[in-house]
Structure formats: C-alpha cells, structure tokens
Design a protein around this ligand. Structure first.
Ligand code: SF4
Length: 338
C-alpha cells in the first residue's frame, strides 16, 4: 500500500528525512518511523500512514471534549486515529495513543465524515481520542470539507506542534481544547517525554493571532503537578498571556497506563485547585471527571448568578440572551450561536 506524502519535512543530503511537524524533529533513515509511529521515511519521502483511516466514531456532547463556552448543548462527531507525539506515562487513552496494531483502523474519507456528522445532527466534527496534530494533513482535509458543509471543527490537542505547521493546522479549526499538562518543564520532561515551551507558544499563538475559541484542560495528578505553587504559576500565566476569560478545566486522574502508583485525584484537590485559579484571576474554572454541581456551572462574572448549569455532560438550564447574562447583561465570553 502506498501512503500519501506528508507536508512539513525535508530531505537531508545523507538521505535521512527530517519531519518538521512537531518539536521532536525526528530524523529518519529509510523505513524508520517517527516517535509518533504514523510518519515514515519511505524511499526518501516522508509519508503519513494513518491519513484516510479512523479508529472509530462517536456522537458526543460538546461538553465531553470538554468545551463549555462553544456551542453548549450541541453534539459533535468525534473521530481519531492512533499514535501520539508525546509519551505521557499517565495517558488515559493509551490503547489508541500507543497502538501498534493498525489492523483495527477503518478506511474513511472527508465526505463520509461530513455525511455522518450531518446524519447525526452534529454541529461539528471533533478531532480527538488521540493527538490530531500527528495526522494534520488528513485533519485539514476533513476540516475543509466540514467548513464547506457549514460544520464547525474542533481540535482536542496537547498543542505540541512546530511553527510552520501550527498556522496551517489551526487556521482550519474553530475551537480547541488544549491540554496544558502541568506548569513545569520538569513535569513535561519526566511524565510526558516532551517540553513545556512549545505548548505555551501554541497557546500564545492561538490567543494573540487567531480567532480560535480556546479552553484548557489540566489533568491533576497527585504529587506530580498539583502543588499550590505550580497551580498559582499556571493560573497567573494564563491570565497574563491568554486572558482571564479563558476557561480552565481541572480534571481528575485515575491510575492508568504506566502511572499506577498514584491514587485517583481527590475531589478536595480539584476544589482547592479551582479556588487557587480563581483567586489568581481566572473567571471560569471547571472540574472534570467528577460530579460537582459548582464545578460544572458557568457563573456570570458580573453578578455571580448561574448562567449555564449542567448535569453531567448535559446542559440543564441556560440563562443567556445573545451571549449575555440574562440577569445583568454582562457579556459571557464564548461562541453561543451557530
Ligand atoms: S510528528 Fe511524529 S515524526 Fe514528526 S517530528 Fe513529531 S513525533 Fe516525529
């Protein structure tokens, strides 16, 4: 089988191919796969081995991505492939991110994905389950087909992407939930086999140079990335560099993949993290992977009243009028209308 030639690479005189898609800059000899497992040097060209394939589809509430300020109450068609350009020891989706057997992948194409989204009355398509950046070429084909059909596009990503590809990838995305996995380079290096700075560059790029709606997720892992100092630094950086209105979701960890020696994140840790983030200026801080009425409610920053309440992933009440609080008319940041 001949796989499509990738974008974002160059050939060295030595015959090695250098992938330019993510900060790893994998340098590959003939037949070698990159760290992500889905890009290969095939006879002096970089080819992408999962373009045109999917590991599965599901219709999900958009709140599950999680996005709480982007078309709340709508469904999206989620799809992904396999592989990842990070090596998180705590990956909660490792059967896909670390998959070595590709035989379960099914062939797909942009038009079929658009048709499936429409058939299920979805507002858009979410690139999720595994890291979409590593199959950026295919995601962009799907995203362009979505936009031609009036569907929104959503990336659920760790944001670990190099500069030339960053602009091309996000210019076709309407919204992104970016995993900010911690707030120290030591954490990224030890637990993710990656580095923090490129992720921060992606976030600043999104906030300053695009109209992509951005929300953040941080999975809080006991004794790893949950210290009050680290959380204060994270929240302060977000306020200063992205703005106080960027929603932040603190999500509960459970032991999985190769990080089995930690307990699940207690609710009290999540609640303390939320208090720290709010004290340091963030207006919208949510709790995920736990039942928490407060932690899933959108409160108006003007009058403090609940403007969107949720029961699990379902919107149970909504007090918004044209994107403003129905009680005091304060603007609630987000995209609330298709
Ligand atoms: S996208 Fe994959 S092959 Fe390319 S540099 Fe990153 S890990 Fe390596």
């Amino acid at each position: 089988m001949t796989f499509p030639v990738a974008r974002w690479w160059h050939l060295e005189e030595s015959g090695r191919v250098v992938c330019e898609l993510c900060p790893r800059s994998c340098t590959l000899v003939e037949g070698q796969e990159g760290y992500c497992g889905v890009r290969v040097n095939d006879d002096g060209s970089l080819r992408t081995t999962v373009s045109g394939f999917t590991s599965g589809f599901a219709v999900d509430p958009i709140e599950k991505k999680p996005l709480y300020h982007f078309l709340p109450g709508t469904d999206v068609l989620s799809f992904g492939t396999v592989g990842c350009n990070m090596g998180c020891t705590f990956c909660q989706n490792w059967s896909l991110s670390q998959a070595e057997d590709f035989s379960r992948l099914k062939a797909s194409d942009p038009e079929s994905i658009v048709q499936a989204a429409r058939a299920h009355h979805c507002a858009g398509v979410a690139f999720t389950y595994n890291e979409p950046i590593i199959s950026a070429e295919f995601c962009l084909e799907v995203a362009q087909a979505c936009h031609a059909a009036g569907l929104k596009t959503i990336a659920v990503t760790a944001g670990y992407i190099a500069e030339p590809a960053r602009e091309a990838f996000f210019q076709h995305m309407d919204a992104a939930n970016v995993d900010l996995k911690g707030f120290s380079d030591a954490f990224y290096r030890h637990y993710c086999g990656a580095s923090l700075e490129p992720v921060l560059e992606t976030l600043e790029y999104l906030a300053l140079k695009t109209s992509v709606w951005v929300e953040l997720t941080t999975l809080l892992i006991p004794e790893a990335n949950d210290s009050p100092d680290e959380l204060r630094a994270l929240a302060s950086w977000v306020v200063e560099h992205l703005g106080q209105e960027v929603p932040l979701h603190f999500s509960a960890f459970h032991p999985d993949h190769r990080l089995l020696d930690r307990r699940s994140t207690p609710l009290s840790t999540l609640q303390a993290a939320r208090s720290i983030a709010r004290e340091n200026g963030l207006s919208f801080v949510y709790l995920g992977n736990v039942r928490s009425a407060d932690g899933s409610t959108t409160f108006c920053p003007g009058c403090g009243k609940a403007v969107i309440t949720r029961d699990g992933y379902a919107v149970s009440a909504r007090h918004l009028v044209e994107g403003k609080c129905a009680f005091c008319s304060a603007l609630i940041p987000g995209r609330f209308s298709t």
